[in-house]
Each structure stands twice: as C-alpha cells, then as structure tokens.
Design a protein around this ligand. Structure first.
Ligand code: CAA
Length: 258
C-alpha cells in the first residue's frame, strides 16, 4: 500500500492520503486502500483515535480523481460512488474518534471525506468546496447528504450550485470546520483534541457517537429511544461505575474501557 499511509503512536492512528502529485485525489485504488486501512483500525483495540490528513503542503484531498472518472461509463461511475460511500460510512460509524486534520484543499470528495469524520480541524490554509457541477456531475461521495446535515439546506445548496471555494475562516463561520489553526500547529492541535477525548470514558464517547449518528437518520422519538437504551447500556460497564465513584470520591477517573 502506498496511496494511504497508516502509522500508529500512543493509541492514535495517523492515516495520510498519499498522492501529493495529484493533490491526493481519490482514485479507486486509494479508496480500496483506505477501506482496508479503516477495517484494520476498527480491529485494533489499542487504537482509540484516528487523525486523517493529506500528504504534502498543499492539499488534504482535491476530490475524486478526475483522470480516472473521465473514462467511466454510467455503471462504473455508480460503482465508484458506491465504493466511496461505503468507505466513508465505515469512517463515519467507526466506534473511535476520527478527526479530519484539513491541511489544504478539501474539494469535492475531499470535503466529503472530511465530513464523514467526527470533527474537522482546519489549517488557515485550508480551502473547502464542492466543485462537481463544474464537471457536469454532482457530489456523490455523500456530499448532497452530509453537507446539508452539517451546514443546513440553504448553505449546502449555495456551496454546491455556486462551486465557490471557501477559506477556513468561512468554513468555521458556517459550521463546516470546528476550529482553525496555524498550519504548523494543525497536527499537534489535532493530537491535543484526540488526547482530551481519549481521557474520557471510551464507552461514553462511543455510545454518544452512535446515538448522534443514528439519531440523525430517524425521527426524534426513535432517536430518543436509541439514546435512553444507550444510557441504560452504560450502566452495565465498569467505566460508568468508575466515572461516578471518582466523582463521589473527588478523584480523577481511571477508565479501563470495560
Ligand atoms: N483529480 C485528478 N488530478 C487532480 C485533481 C483531481 N481531483 N486535482 C488536482 N489534480 C492534479 C492536477 O491535474 C495536476 O496534475 P498535473 O501536475 O499532472 O497536471 C496536479 O494535481 C496539481 O494540480 P494543479 O496544477 O491544478 O494545482 P493548482 O494549484 O493550480 O490548482 C486546484 C489546485 C484548485 C485544487 C485544482 O487542481 C483543481 O481545481 N482540482 C480539481 C478540484 C475538483 O474539481 N475536485 C472535485 C472532483 S469531482 C469529485 O470529487 C466528485 C465527487 O463528489 C466524488
């Protein structure tokens, strides 16, 4: 594998999309590698958080690979979209924190990859956009679905129809980026955030993530039921007992992920 680099340190997996000459554009080989990297991470209990970024100085991911897409027929294009949607849904539902460290262009499929992550921490150099309609296509790695869920229907339509590229500050203003940092701070700030989340109860974070994700796809009543069932489930974990005992004993909790 060389289109996607996986590195691990202190419980954090670093996933780097590595096609800098093509600004890390996602071709099917890269998506397939990403799929197996995500599968590998999901099996590793010692990996508690993931940071996704792009290789090089310029780009997170500049979209789906236009060279490859230009040769597809209708059936192949639908399959290409399905492959990316499957991988991005696996990312979205990974029972671990997943941070997009957006270090440059996050366009088309790159913006869609970032949106499948739990949070988007952006470098001041980051640029976000959905330029697909310039190419006679529509966002199809989840963009028509995740963008309106993140920034609202009106803003999503504005971005997708206009193809305007927005900077990190504007992405922050509309809720697409969670935070904006100096480029040389981006990875250390992403690690800082990951470590903060890793110090909390893993079951609490995992079940809150699943409750938020599942709740957004169903009506409020069904979402509330999911939430109370998850709440009940917490009380079968050691972490809940440790968290509450630590509070009562006025000490720091020591969570064991059990
Ligand atoms: N696919 C394939 N190659 C790409 C690419 C992409 N999405 N984006 C950039 N590249 C390649 C360029 O072709 C170029 O290759 P060569 O050196 O071989 O010519 C190299 O990366 C560097 O790019 P530029 O010379 O264009 O760099 P720049 O700084 O002048 O411009 C840019 C940067 C504005 C990001 C520009 O590259 C660009 O507009 N890229 C395409 C962005 C885009 O349209 N993305 C959406 C793709 S469609 C999609 O993603 C559909 C979907 O929903 C799944």
């Amino acid at each position: 594998m060389d289109n996607v680099i996986l590195r691990e340190k202190n419980g954090i997996a670093y996933v780097t999309i590595n096609r800098p000459k093509a600004l890390n554009a996602l071709n099917s080989a890269t998506l397939t590698e990403l799929d197996s990297v995500v599968g590998e991470i999901s099996q590793k209990r010692d990996v508690k958080a993931v940071i996704v970024t792009g290789a090089g100085e310029k780009s997170f991911v500049a979209g789906a690979d236009i060279v490859e897409m230009s040769k597809l027929n209708s059936m192949e294009a639908a399959n290409f979209s399905r492959l990316a949607q499957k991988v991005f849904s696996e990312i979205e539902n990974l029972p671990k924190l997943i941070v997009a460290a957006v270090n440059g262009y996050a366009l088309g499929g790159g913006c869609e990859l970032a949106m499948a992550c739990d949070v988007r921490l952006a470098s001041k150099k980051a640029k976000f956009g959905q330029p697909e309609v310039n190419l006679g296509i529509l966002p199809s790695f989840g963009g028509t679905q995740r963008l309106p869920r993140l920034v609202g229907k009106g803003r999503a339509k504005e971005l997708i129809f206009s193809t305007d590229m927005i900077d990190a500050q504007e992405a922050y203003r509309i809720g697409l980026a969670n935070k904006v940092y100096e480029p040389d701070e981006l990875i250390s700030k992403s690690e800082e955030f990951a470590k903060k989340v890793m110090s909390k109860s893993p079951w609490g974070v995992r079940l809150a993530k699943a409750s938020i994700n599942n709740g957004l796809d169903v009506d409020l009543e069904a979402g509330l039921k999911y939430e109370s069932n998850s709440f009940g489930l917490c009380f079968s974990t050691e972490d809940q007992k440790e968290g509450m005992n630590a509070f009562l004993e006025k000490r720091k909790a020591n969570f064991k992920d059990r």
